[in-house]
Design a protein around this ligand. Structure first.
Ligand code: CA
Ligand code: CA
Ligand code: CA
Length: 574
């Protein structure tokens, strides 16, 4: 059955690692709240900051050897005064459960201090209640968010049997089945350590959100489950900063304590969605997942990459959780596909598609800006159905194949394909990159006959005015583009028309001048510096416009007159 070491809770395993860190580690300088956009959103919203209030949650904890699995609700000031249900009977305080709880719904440490109703499960009892291989249905999950900071498997690592592997697969299907049936947001852990394998339970699920760390020190890469359970899917799907996370006063950079932060971020979204009827479809677990992944940031990770057939980075997934982005995607509102109207450049949809349908979302990048980042995520659930002969003892898995494509568009007609996410193994598609001004279309298609619910979420980050080459900085290369096209009509941002009037002129020079030397905050802060201690070249000083022109041997007015005059004549037909 369950191999004993498989259920050693992370807290026990981590005791050794904590000791090492206590001896050799240093206090973290940054903190997870500012790293993940919580501080910025709280500053923007003030008293309106969501807290997860009225969102019921559950916490599943691997028991200690003693059987203890409960957070300390009696003496821990972060946790007292809330309503706890010990689903498997009160069995004593677990330090691991207490730390998870502090970062899940603690009064000062969490992203969701307003959470007040918590169901706590012993992970072993929780697995039993899923009833893998039994005729009966799994137990209902009445909470809206479930946090799983534990890992496990029924498979004996030394002498694996096919029956054990089947039990893992059927357990995972039962878990995904409960998400499909009860529509809660499941947030689950990969293992600690970058050389570890991705756990079967529950990290290999489809319908939950699998979490790792921004330091990359977690199991990552491809799932390896067999049968219809999609080996080769990329995990984790999102990561979180561990800067400043402590357990018993020591730095605790472990997956266990990032899972509850992602769970709290989900609770915040659900609270906002519940408080506004126009956002009600955001309460679906697929929508929350799409928003969390679309909101995630990659600029911390210079090696982050995806391809049309690999939607996520194999270490960082969709990137680092960002509470600020999540909130703004959600409140941009639901926006539906249309062949005669555009959607906004941020938002989400929850809808249904099938093989006979294509859903197209037209949107504009205005001529007066350009997007350094455009991020869009499509996700849907796999569907589990009882076998026609074996009934609930054997759940069968069906996975629709939806695809996501980004096109140039003219009016409401598709133009050239810009990028695509068309993998065939996973229930996630993701496109991420920079966009110049213009009209675009996102297309959601399905090659699966049955009707499939899906969620789509998208956001953008404008670059700085004057950044013609979209590298996030305004510098000499942008000035060069502007200079080379000065006076040209019918041109675009990439050639120096930052004002969006279709020509490159003094107004564009003014925009570039005002931003010369600036770069987007938080952009690839880990970019290597040449020579170790050398300062980056060219971006530390903001030259005056006169000195810039002097540097290039140009006189602005003469240069302007020389090239602008014929261009304007042509434009006016003179
Ligand atoms: Ca696909
Ligand atoms: Ca630039
Ligand atoms: Ca212009």
């Amino acid at each position: 059955m369950i191999t004993r070491h498989s259920f050693i809770p992370m807290a026990v395993r981590l005791a050794v690692a904590c000791l090492v860190l206590a001896l050799g580690g240093q206090a973290a300088l940054a903190d997870y709240k500012s790293d993940m956009g919580y501080t910025a959103l709280a500053a923007e919203l003030g008293a309106a900051m969501p807290t997860g209030a009225d969102v019921p949650v559950s916490q599943v904890e691997a028991p200690l050897v003693s059987g203890a699995y409960c957070p300390d609700d009696v003496t821990d000031s972060e946790l007292i005064g809330k309503n706890y249900t010990w689903e498997n009977g009160y069995a004593g305080v677990s330090g691991h459960a207490t730390t998870v709880a502090r970062y899940y719904y603690g009064s000062t440490l969490s992203f969701a201090p307003g959470i007040s109703t918590i169901n706590v499960y012993n992970a072993n009892s929780f697995l039993t209640a899923l009833k893998a291989g039994k005729l009966s249905d799994p137990a209902f999950e009445t909470s809206s968010v479930q946090s799983d900071s534990w890992i496990g498997s029924y498979v004996d690592p030394v002498n694996p049997t096919s029956a054990q592997i089947t039990k893992d697969i059927q357990t995972l299907r039962r878990f995904d089945y409960t998400i499909q049936r009860d529509d809660f947001v499941g947030v689950v852990a990969v293992n600690n350590g970058s050389a570890t394998a991705i756990p079967s339970l529950l990290a290999s699920s489809y319908n939950s959100i699998t979490v790792g760390m921004s330091n990359g020190n977690h199991s990552h890469g491809l799932t390896s489950l067999q049968q219809q359970d999609g080996s080769g899917r990329i995990k984790p799907e999102i990561v979180g900063s561990t800067d400043g996370i402590l357990e018993s006063g020591n730095p605790a950079p472990y997956v266990s304590f990032v899972v509850p932060l992602v769970s709290g971020a989900a609770a915040e979204l659900l609270q906002v969605a519940a408080g506004n009827s126009s956002l009600s479809l955001a309460s679906h677990s697929q929508t929350v997942k799409a928003i969390l992944l679309a909101g995630a940031t990659k600029t911390q990770f210079p090696t982050w990459s995806r391809t049309p057939t690999a939607p996520l980075d194999t270490t960082y997934g969709a990137g680092q959780l960002n509470v600020y982005n999540n909130y703004h995607i959600l409140t941009a509102g639901r926006q539906q596909a249309s062949s005669s109207a555009t959607v906004g450049s941020a938002g989400w949809d929850f809808n249904t598609t099938s093989a006979s349908q294509t859903q197209t979302y037209f949107f504009d990048v205005p001529g007066t800006t350009a997007f350094k980042e455009f991020s869009v995520v499509l996700t849907w659930n796999r569907v589990l159905t009882p076998d026609s002969f074996f009934g609930m003892t054997q759940l069968n898995s069906s996975l629709a194949n939806l695809d996501l494509k980004l096109y140039n568009a003219s009016g409401f007609a598709l133009g050239a394909l810009v990028d695509s996410s068309v993998n065939t193994t996973d229930n996630i598609e993701h496109i991420y990159g920079s966009l110049l001004p213009g009209r675009y279309a996102l297309e959601v298609s399905s090659s699966y006959a049955a009707s499939t619910d899906y969620a789509l979420a998208w956001r953008n980050r404008p670059t700085l005015p004057g950044d013609a080459n979209l590298d996030g900085e305004v510098g000499p290369e942008d000035f060069g583009l502007l200079k080379d096209n000065f006076g040209v009509v019918r041109t675009d941002w990439a050639h120096g028309d930052f004002s969006g009037d279709g020509e490159v002129g003094p107004e564009d020079f003014g925009i570039l001048k005002d931003n010369f030397g600036a770069s987007l905050p938080g952009l690839a802060p880990f970019a290597p510096l040449v020579g170790g201690s050398d300062a980056p070249v060219g971006l530390t000083v903001t030259p005056e416009p006169a000195s810039l022109l002097l540097l290039l041997g140009l006189s602005a007015p003469a240069w302007w007159r020389k090239r602008r005059a014929p261009a304007r004549g042509a434009a006016r037909g003179q």
